[in-house]
Design a binder for this molecule. Structure first.
Ligand code: G3P
Ligand code: CA
Length: 368
């Protein structure tokens, strides 16, 4: 009599576990107005916190992280001697002050030694006197390596390859340098390749599909985000989603192109939606209500406040939770899901039930 009783206990608990897993998966399925598979809304510090400090400086990255950013963004350019630096514009003119021969014109025509003579803080003080600080004067352009060296594997990065702008109408053209290769080399050197693949600790974004395709070919496990320029519309982006889903885990579009239809269409492809670039709290809330999975903002402090204590998670959980949400979504579509090694966050009840089942079975069999 005892043996059937133990088996019955096992069967019952396994049923509970299976239903728990199924229930979690069902609960995680994308719904209208919901983030992808129940994942978090990630707070991406646009160029650090470009509204409060000089963009792409350590001061900006530090402040963004202090203010709740889950990811800090880097726009990459390559100097004429092959060094990756974090500068948004093709030209140095807008954001730098210094010797004209070094600090005007394209980054790609200057050596690292030249761009290191440029001041990237003074423009901010001139443009935003309310937020100006004496300490910003004289800040230097950072190399990507300097950023990795400072923040290591403790911070999440959202890196954009900007080796070439996609000419309007020719989004596939990439006349770029070795930017992608050098990025991967640095990620390897600083131990970031595996955290990127497994836990989305590094997201790589580009407006240029060819740049992402190159990275995807070299390492299909890396999480990529296809950006769409503001020349696109929600409709043209929707048409491209299936193609983007072949290599990307998400899309980034201008906030003006995002509506509920685009979010639902992207989620149907298990693509996360990260619009750019938000400044005002009501606009952030509107996007959250549409179900976006994160957003770029010059003011991570404001997004943190909108999310509130309950929804704002720390950066590690934001990255891992996003990866897990994607994995859960893809597992429901029949798409092959690589074993990325991330920490599951969505099925703890299921696992607990399973472990309890096995434990009780062992106890029951011992008694039998
Ligand atoms: O990378 C997406 C976001 O940063 C907006 O684009 O022009 O500021 O790099 P941009
Ligand atoms: Ca960018």
């Amino acid at each position: 009599m005892r043996r059937p009783s133990a088996l019955a206990v096992l069967a019952g608990l396994l049923v509970v576990a299976v239903f728990s897993v199924s229930g979690a998966a069902l609960a995680a399925a994308p719904a209208a107005g919901a983030e992808l598979a129940g994942g978090p809304v990630v707070n991406v510090g646009h160029r650090g916190t470009a509204g409060l400090a000089p963009e792409h400086t350590i001061a900006s990255y530090d402040l963004a992280l202090e203010n709740g950013a889950d990811f800090i963004e880097q726009d990459l350019r390559m100097t004429s001697d092959g060094v990756l630096v974090v500068v948004h514009d093709e030209d140095l003119d807008r954001t730098t002050r210094g010797p004209a021969e070094n600090c005007t014109g394209p980054v790609s025509e200057k050596t690292l030694e030249q761009v290191k003579t440029c001041d990237v803080g003074s423009f901010f003080n001139e443009r935003y006197p309310d937020f100006a600080r004496d300490g910003y004067e004289g800040l230097k352009i950072q190399t990507l390596e300097e950023v990795f060296r400072r923040y290591g594997t403790e911070t999440n990065y959202y890196i954009e390859t900007r080796s070439s702008e996609a000419p309007p109408g020719n989004p596939g053209i990439d006349d770029s340098s070795d930017m992608e290769e050098e990025l991967l080399r640095l990620m390897d050197e600083y131990g970031l390749r595996e955290p990127a693949a497994g836990s989305w600790r590094v997201l790589i974004q580009s407006f240029v599909p060819a740049s992402l395709a190159e990275i995807h070919t070299k390492d299909p496990s890396l999480p990529l985000v296809q950006l769409y320029s503001d020349e696109e519309t929600g409709e043209t982006i929707r048409v491209d989603l299936e193609a983007a889903g072949e290599y990307a885990i998400g899309i980034g579009s201008s906030v003006d192109d995002v509506d509920r239809g685009l979010v639902e269409s992207a989620h149907a492809q298990c693509l996360a939606v990260h619009p750019y670039t938000l400044a005002e709290k009501p606009d952030m809330q509107d996007l959250i209500d549409l179900g976006v999975d994160g957003m770029f903002t010059d003011f991570p402090n404001r997004l943190e406040e909108v999310l509130g204590e309950e929804e704002a998670v720390d950066g590690n959980r934001a990255a891992i939770g996003s990866a897990e949400a994607s994995r859960v979504c893809l597992s429901g579509t029949g798409t092959e899901v690589p074993d990325t090694g991330g920490v599951p966050l969505l099925l703890p009840a299921s696992l607990a039930a399973l472990l309890l089942s096995l434990g009780l079975l062992a106890a029951g069999l011992r008694r039998a």
